[in-house]
Design a protein around this ligand. Structure first.
Ligand code: ATP
Ligand code: MG
Length: 308
């Protein structure tokens, strides 16, 4: 298959429901969505004008791999995953366009919070801790250094902002007001359970998952809380190479660091509409593929060959 970089997908066979920073959602029927991941990439919350080769397929195949791993390690876990097969009814050209990047999922009511879990202190959590000794308003032990592990992973939700807005860090109590007491503690417990299982799996494969963001939906028929969206990918998480990890300094992230460094060097941080030079896009692609191979134990090509 040619490595066609796809930053925009327009299917005429199905109605489009929504378009996020990275994904396009189409409706297959009133219970089923076609969840399509493009090759778009954002850095510092801005979407680049061009894409990263294979990124949509990598995120899709990695998420599917995680659903399998997590189902084995967490008995009773419910996910939105149905199949990697493209739906019947697409034209041959559309089927080729979505190949590898498409997942059919159950359409659910999305809880409007980001269920963030942090195993290590970095980013906005580190900034807050330096000022107040708290993270998302929760008091933390004294003496943590930059990128220290927390004694135990912590649940630090945020609001789920509309496109173009920034998510706001909130306390678990504020999250409970948003999703309702009835669901809040179950969401928290599930998020921690999935993070701990995923982080242990990744650590055995040389990757530290410093923190991550999950989304959950509600199955209104059974009242089950369901793990949705992408899971434990380099887009939704901070992945650090374990062999380079050192407490007390910033860590290079596995994947986007190359792009971020280039944007800063060129003075393009936060600028809209920037196109990456081909070597930056390619180097980023190589890093995403490497993370996939470490976690899935097979190459992306092997995963894609299994689809046929
Ligand atoms: P980002 O994740 O980069 O902040 P985003 O959240 O705007 O961007 P995308 O990841 O591009 O969006 O698109 C995925 C969208 O699909 C999200 O809004 C997510 O809440 C929604 N979603 C995920 N799974 C389901 C599901 N099973 N049912 C309904 N909506 C879903
Ligand atoms: Mg998303």
């Amino acid at each position: 298959m040619a490595s066609q970089v796809v930053t925009k997908i327009e299917l005429s066979s199905l109605p489009k429901l929504a378009s996020g920073k990275v994904r396009d959602l189409y409706e297959i029927d009133d219970k089923t969505l076609l969840f399509l991941t493009t090759d778009r990439i954002s850095a510092f919350d801005v979407i680049m004008a061009n894409g990263v080769p294979w990124k949509g397929a990598i995120l899709t195949q990695l998420t599917a791999h995680w659903f399998g791993v997590l189902a084995e390690r967490i008995p009773g876990l419910k996910t939105h995953f149905l199949t990697l097969a493209p739906p019947a009814g697409l034209s041959p050209a559309e089927t080729e366009l979505v190949r590898g990047r498409s997942m059919q999922v159950r359409k659910l009511r999305v809880f409007p919070i980001e269920a963030i879990v942090r195993g290590y202190i970095t980013g906005s959590a580190w900034s807050e801790y330096q000022k107040s000794g708290t993270v998302h308003g929760l008091p933390q032990p004294a003496g943590l250094q930059r990128c220290s592990p927390f004694p135990e992973a912590i649940y630090t939700p945020s609001t789920k902002a509309e496109l173009g807005q920034h998510d706001e860090n909130i306390t678990p109590a504020q999250a409970a007001e948003i999703v309702g007491e009835r669901y809040a503690s179950r969401i928290e417990a599930l998020a921690l359970q999935v993070y701990n299982a995923g982080a242990a799996y990744a650590r055995e494969r040389g990757i530290i998952i410093a923190d991550t963001k999950f989304e959950f939906g509600l199955d209104e028929e059974t009242d089950d809380i369901v793990l949705i969206d992408e899971v434990l990918t380099p887009d939704s998480s901070r992945f650090w190479p374990a062999d380079e990890y050192e407490v007390g300094r910033d860590q290079d992230s596995f994947d986007k660091q190359f792009l971020r460094n280039w944007l800063m060097k060129e003075g393009l941080k936060y600028k809209e509409g920037v196109a990456m030079p081909p070597d930056v896009a390619e180097a980023t692609s190589v890093r995403y593929k490497d993370a996939f191979k470490r976690l899935a134990g097979k190459t992306l090509d092997e995963a894609l060959a299994e689809l046929d």
